[in-house]
Design a protein. Structure first.
Length: 502
């Protein structure tokens, strides 16, 4: 028995010894173009590194120069001179700096250069990772990443509220912002070696007009910009990407905060709702929210000059910190109306601007606007534009957003939308559900002549509790809470939130 214990101890000790000399590194791809991609490597030791790549698995006809990656310092290197519309295979060659040993070889990874028109491809979206607070469950987030990798996407988006944390904005230090941004390398590094990452900024990133001028350079916005750019390669304007041309002070340079590019038959446009507010208050409201005229003008030109068949626009949220999708889209800068919904305010509040953002989308054929922030899944359509709310990627219960924010949505789609893609929907006809809140019975009133094919009562976890073909639903056996009625007829499908309260 004593011998066994000693053996085990020696084994652990040796493993520890060898780890002293091995590098641990993560790699994140970004900025894919028709002829290049950027790789960011972060190693825990000073490392000599180069990359081999080619268009056939295991055959690497090309290689980069040898670079020195300083300890804990992300190094960005571009693979250039690539062929368009091509899948590449690559591997990392590395050794400790100063070593004369042969270079070790990392596992083979892949990426794809810009797709040609009429190509089909996949991209994925995650949002509201929130690992910096108790809402974010790391094990669930890692499952979400694995699932994205299984889709073999050309690239992925985060729609923001990923790095945070602005809850202690006045006192947060640069070291803390460093740690918050570095934290994601361990997770994103597991798939983004083969899935280029695009970051869309959220309200909790702290990169706001309100914070930028406060005691610079010692504020959350500057810390966050610097550390985001240190760890993650986002696009800046060049011959492939368009975006924000500003050069910001204190070493921030180009903020890499809004940008667009073309891939296959699609235009991709990523917006930033936070860096150029009209009113630089901590919690802007109503007309205070703005893209700012430069970003608005860029968006308008980008959409109007695009001949792409599909147009996808991404932002953390229509109103920065409000709630809802199409229920927000008629108001203020996004829709032009004052809060009463009938008074046109755009002409006086945005003098010289052509039209509200939603109308830009309609007039230029935007297919889908993707947003996060509300931590639930909702698929809505307004004037032919899909407003797709993306759920929280680290939510273990799917109740946080549903309980808090589902009321801001008119169509919470629990099932059946995953394969809808780019299609145009007519508005759902009026469906009345009453009483609501309900006690023991719910009546579903449909337009004249329409009969339900199936009505399902669904809880916040997406579980079906009851199904019926009757307009009168007996809910006496269901406990109090918030639920959804999925109502299907031969001509449409609708979802209604219902509350059971006795
Ligand atoms: Fe948010």
């Amino acid at each position: 028995m004593r011998f066994v214990k000693i053996t085990a101890l020696l084994s652990v000790s040796c493993l520890f010894c060898s780890s002293l000399f091995a590098q641990t590194y993560t790699e994140i791809l970004g900025r894919p173009t028709e002829s290049s991609v950027t790789i960011s490597i972060l190693s825990d030791k000073k490392t000599e590194v180069f990359w081999e790549y080619g268009i056939t698995p295991g055959v690497y006809n090309f290689s980069t120069a040898i670079f020195i990656a300083a300890k804990d310092t992300a190094l960005e290197v571009d693979f250039t001179g690539l062929s368009a519309n091509t899948k590449y295979y690559y591997r990392t060659r590395y050794r400790l700096s100063g070593s004369t040993a042969l270079f070790d070889a990392g596992a083979e990874h892949t990426f794809h250069t810009q797709r040609a028109p009429e190509s089909s491809f996949t991209f994925t979206i995650e949002s509201d990772e929130h690992l910096y607070d108790k809402k974010g469950v790391r094990s669930i987030y890692q499952i979400a990443l694995v699932n994205q990798a299984k889709d073999n996407p050309d690239f992925m988006f985060s729609l923001g509220d990923i790095f945070g944390d602005d809850h202690q904005a006045a006192t947060v230090t640069s070291e803390e912002m460093d740690a918050l941004h570095k934290d994601y390398r361990q997770y994103l590094g597991k798939i983004c070696h083969s899935v280029p990452l695009f970051i869309c900024l959220g309200n909790h990133e702290g990169e706001k007009d309100y914070y930028l001028p406060q005691n610079p350079p010692n504020n959350i916005a500057i810390y966050a910009t610097l550390w985001r750019k240190f760890y993650y390669p986002n696009p800046f304007p060049n011959t492939f990407y368009s975006g924000n041309p500003d050069i910001e002070p204190y070493g921030m340079g180009q903020p890499e905060n809004y940008y667009s590019w073309k891939w296959g038959d699609a235009l991709f446009v990523v917006l930033d709702m936070y860096r150029d507010q009209c009113d630089t208050s901590a919690k802007p409201k109503n007309w205070d929210w703005s893209l700012g005229l430069p970003q608005y003008t860029w968006l308008k030109n980008t959409l109007e000059n695009s001949a792409e068949k599909y147009k996808f626009v991404f932002a953390h949220h229509t109103r920065g910190e409000g709630r809802g999708g199409i229920t927000t889209a008629n108001y203020f800068e996004w829709g032009g109306y004052e809060a009463d919904g009938v008074t046109w305010g755009f002409s006086t509040k945005r003098p010289g601007w052509a039209k509200p953002i939603h109308q830009l989308f309609v007039d230029n054929g935007v297919n889908i606007f993707f947003q996060g922030h509300d931590h639930l899944f909702a698929h809505e359509v307004l004037d032919g534009v899909v407003y797709q709310e993306v759920p929280m990627s680290s939510d273990s219960t799917y109740t946080l957003g549903m309980l808090a924010n589902a009321g801001a949505y008119v169509s919470d789609t629990v099932e059946g939308t995953a394969t809808q893609g780019v299609v145009s929907h007519d508005e759902t006809p009026a469906v009345n559900v009453y009483p609501n809140p309900a006690n023991d019975k719910i009546i579903v009133e449909l337009p004249e002549g329409i009969k339900p094919v199936q009505i399902s009562l669904i809880n916040a976890m997406g579980q079906i509790l009851l199904q019926t073909q009757s307009n009168t639903i007996d809910v006496g056996s269901i406990q109090n809470g918030i639920y959804f009625l999925n109502i299907r007829s031969n001509s449409f499908e609708a979802n209604k939130k219902v509350i059971l309260s006795r």
